[in-house]
Design a protein. Structure first.
Length: 495
């Protein structure tokens, strides 16, 4: 049986047909239990539509499809140039699809322009980068050993990969996972977040159009507890790649270890620090700091959520940042001008407001924001600055995953580094200074997988991305991102 597309009316009045089924073997299927789950428009709180929820049995079917494809048409049976060609086809189809950014916006709450110019554009660039990398030589010659033997290596694809992604960048996280896995020759069972399945499920249509053989990329929507857990604990999945919270990352590690010891890579949370020294350009720093904490309404794993400012410019930096907060383009995501949208859910909004209340009780001061945005019924929280924090406060220790920055003061470089590294996370960090020796010293001493100097939030598809400490295991993007889907075989050839 097939699952038929469903009508969806977008905020611009346009009615479109979108798939809501499980994508297995290049066809959309209903759930074997007929169970569904709803998705909402976070800007209004209104119900959008219902998606099919994959049971364990459905995950088994998707894995069987992926295994069969791996053994027959993919894996070692497909030329790298062909994998590159299909990835490029997919990138072209996505780039010219006007609907994708609208779907990303209505489900994720991002401004449509951002969804188009950042999320979609970066997703397309990621697929193209890995298409380009797919057919580059990647084995090595170890050499001849006298007249007895010759040794070389080949890079084999790992196999069937489960991929579990979060709701903050539904399409971009999808591309970061699909691109390297497919380029390496793996097949995929993808699980988008149950809050944001719309764009990734729609993209399945384009996967088929691009010419991928059935079973190479499968998509199973559903909850973490059922569908996600079925992937993490599956006996015939060779690797699971996960992006999301530390709590879930740990569960997935345990499930992987207790099933078939599948390989695991994790991209987890962060509590990323920014250090601003007296010599920094205050206005430029404020510009980057604002982007670092308020892009995607703060729902960003590398959000710059802890700010430490040297005492000489502490008041000036707060003043400049308050000004930036008040200039935020908060609004309806359907408007081109909106860059600051709602949080993903009522639960997320309430969690963020809870952290703000907690900070007040612990004695911190709210410099600006701190409330839901009064002009909408959606899940908005205003851009918020908490000042005069100390290291014991909950808002400084825990990831808030909302538009809330906590600001504290320091005197010396040594003290700044101690404050910055005083966390179990290590995803990203930033340093602002006009002293080039200082920026190098500090960049090298910061315990984080990505460090920005006099900037924030910029990622590059060629630069590896991932966490120190509890922010993750492994790297995505760059050549390392491809290697995460390969395993090395040494061939000892007797002569
Ligand atoms: P989450 O961990 O709750 O969910 C992420 C995904 O895991 C979802 O698809 C969910 O259904 C699934 N899941 C939940 N429980 C599961 C289980 N027991 N077994 C298998 N899968 C399960 O995270 P979220 O709330 O969607 O996303 C927010 C978190 O993600 C934040 O903590 C943020 O820091 C992190 N994040 C990290 C990065 C990064 O690159 N490091 C990027 C984006 C988000």
């Amino acid at each position: 049986t097939m699952s038929e597309p469903v009508s969806l009316t977008l905020p611009n009045g346009q009615t479109v047909q979108v798939p809501t089924g499980l994508f297995i073997n290049n066809e959309f299927h209903p759930s074997s239990s007929n169970e569904t789950f709803p998705i909402l428009n976070p800007a209004t709180g209104e119900h959008l539509l219902d998606f099919h929820a994959a049971t364990e049995e459905d995950v088994d079917k998707a894995v069987a499809a992926a295994r069969k494809a791996f053994k027959t048409v993919w894996g070692r049976n497909v030329a790298a140039t062909e994998r590159a060609r299909l990835l490029n086809n997919l990138a072209d189809l996505m780039e010219s699809d006007p609907l994708l950014p609208l779907l990303e916006s209505v489900n994720g709450g991002k401004g449509v322009r951002i969804a188009r110019e950042a999320d979609l554009a970066d997703s397309v660039a990621c697929l193209r980068y890995y298409a380009g990398l797919a057919d580059k030589p990647n084995g090595s010659t170890i050499g001849a050993f006298g007249t007895e033997k010759f040794i070389y290596t080949v890079q084999d694809p790992i196999g069937v990969c489960g991929q579990i992604i979060p709701w903050n960048y539904p399409l971009l996280m999808w591309a970061w996972k699909i691109g390297p896995a497919i380029a390496a020759g793996c097949t995929v069972v993808m699980k988008p977040s149950e809050l944001t399945p719309l764009s990734a499920t729609y993209a399945c249509k384009l996967i088929k159009e691009a010419g991928f053989p059935p079973g190479v990329i499968n998509t199973v929507n559903g909850t973490g507890a059922v569908t996600g857990n079925a992937i993490a604990s599956h006996m015939d999945i060779d690797k699971v790649a996960f992006t999301g919270s530390v709590v879930t990352g740990r569960r997935i590690s345990v499930a992987a270890a207790q099933s078939n010891l599948k390989k695991v890579t994790l991209e987890l949370g962060g509590k990323s620090p920014s250090l601003v020294f007296n010599s920094a350009n205050v206005d430029e720093a404020a510009e980057w700091l604002a982007l670092g904490i308020w892009f995607n309404s703060g729902q960003d794993c590398c959000a710059g959520s802890r700010l430490y400012v040297q005492s000489g410019i502490y008041d000036k930096v707060i003043e400049a940042l308050v000004k930036k907060a008040k200039q935020s383009a908060i609004g309806n995501p359907a408007d081109e001008a909106t860059s600051f949208g709602p949080l993903i859910s009522a639960a997320q909004r309430d969690k963020v407001l809870g952290y703000i209340e907690g900070a007040k009780k612990e004695g911190a001061k709210i410099a600006t924001g701190g409330k839901p945005w009064a002009e909408s019924k959606g899940f908005y929280v205003e851009p918020t600055i908490i000042q005069d924090v100390n290291s014991d406060m909950t808002c400084v220790k825990e990831e808030i995953f909302g538009p809330v920055i906590s600001v504290g003061k320091f005197e010396t470089e040594e003290e700044a580094l101690e404050l910055a590294n005083n966390t179990s996370y290590g995803l990203a960090a930033a340093v602002f200074t006009s002293d080039a020796k200082q920026s190098m010293r500090v960049a090298h001493a910061l315990e984080a997988g990505t460090v920005w100097v006099n900037s924030y939030a910029l990622l590059h598809v060629q630069a590896p991305f991932g966490g120190y400490k509890m922010s993750g295991i492994g790297r995505e993007l760059g050549v390392e991102g491809l290697a995460a889907y390969q395993q090395t075989k040494s061939v000892h050839h007797s002569l």
